[in-house]
Design a protein around this ligand. Sequence first.
Ligand code: SAH
Length: 397
Amino acid sequence: MNDVVLKPGKEKSLLRRHPWVYATAVAQAVGRPLAGDTVRVVDSQGNFLAWGAYSPESQIRVRCWSFHESDRIDTGWMAARVADAVSRRASLAARTDAVRLVFGEADALPGFVADRYAGQLVVQFLAAGVERWREALVDALVAATGCGNVYERSDAAAREREGLAARTGVLRGDEPPAEVEIIEDGVRYGVDVIHGHKTGFYLDQRESRKRVAELAALCGPDATILNCFSYTGGFSLAALRAGAAHAVSVDSSADALAMAARNAARNGLAATAFECRVSKVADAQKALAAEGRLFDIVVLDPPKFAPSAHHVDKAARAYKDVNLKGMKLVKPGGYLLTFSCSGAIGVDLFQKIVAGAAIDSREDFVLLERLAAGIDHPMRMTHPEGEYLKGLLLQRV
Ligand code: SAH
C-alpha cells in the first residue's frame, strides 16, 4: 500500500475533511506512488486520515476521494459518485437541457467536470486522479444519463499545474455539431463545445440570466440592457425574450458576438434590437457615455481578473474601474448586476470594491440581492475554495 505520511500537526485540515493535501504538508510518500495512484493518507503516527489520488507534480500533492477507511476506491465507487451527482441535478430538467452534472470537489471527484448540452456531454479531467479513472468516469456518465456522445475539453490551465498535457477530442459517439442547441428557461442558445470558452457556455450564470429576464419584464416594453463581457449574448437574449426593447452586447471577441447574433436570430429577435460592439469594455463604456446613452439594466461579467491571491490588488483596481464606468451608464431607477468569478476575491472584498466604485460615481445605489451560481455548481462546506462566482444586484435610487 502507498502511504502518504504527513508532517506532525499537518493533519488538522484533513480532520476537518478539507480535500487537499499540499506538498509542504507531506513528510514522505512510502512505496513511490505514481501520478494518479490511490494513496492512503496518514498522520505522523500512522493513523488513517483519507484515501486520495497522488499527484507528484502538483502543489496539491494529494486530492482526497474519501475520509472513510472502509471505502474501496474502485470503478464502482467512481460510478456511484457520478450517479449521485447526476441525480442531485434532476430538478433542473424542467427548466433546461444544459446542466453541469459533475463539479469536481463538490461531488467528491476532484478535478472532474461534466456538462450536458442537450444530446452532448462535455468532460474535463483536470487532475491526476480523475485522469487515471477517465474510462470508468465516462462509462458511468453515459450509464447515468443515457447520453452516448462525449467530447473531452481537457484544455484548461489547471491541467498544466498537474503536469498533464492538454487533450481534446471525441471520447464516445459522434463528433459534436458546430453548434449544439440548448433551451434554458425558454431561450435558445447555440453552444460551440469544441472552440467555446470552458466547455462552451457559462452554465454558472443561469440563475442570474433568469433574474435579468424578471427585471426586464419589470422595466416594461421600453427596457434597455447593456451587457458588458457578453460572450455569446446570454444576458441580452434573456432580457429581450422577456420583452426588453433593445440590447447592447459588448465583447472583445468577434467570434463570441457572431454567435450572439446567431442566437438572436435563433430566438426570432429583430436584428435591430440586438446591437453588438466588438470592443474592449473600457472603450465601449467611454463611447456610450459620450453618446449620452443610459440603460435600465447594466450587466458586468468580466473574466477572472485575479487568477491567484498574488493578483488581488491589481484585480481590485480593475474591478473598481469597470464598475465605476458601468454605474455611470445606469438610468435612475435602473439596475446593475455585477460579478466576479475570481476565487481569490471573496464576497466581502468584492462588495467593498463595488461600494468604493459607488462612492466615486457620486450616484446612490442600494444593494438588493447577492447573486451566485445555481444548484449544479454547489460548494462543499469543507472546501470553501469551490465558491468562485459572486454577484451583486444593485439599484440606482
Ligand atoms: N457574461 C457571459 C460570460 C462572460 S466571460 C455569459 O454569461 O455567457 C468573459 C467574456 O469577456 C469573454 O467572452 C471574453 O471574450 C470577454 N473579454 C475579456 N476581456 C475583455 C475586455 N477587456 N473587453 C471586452 N471583452 C472582454
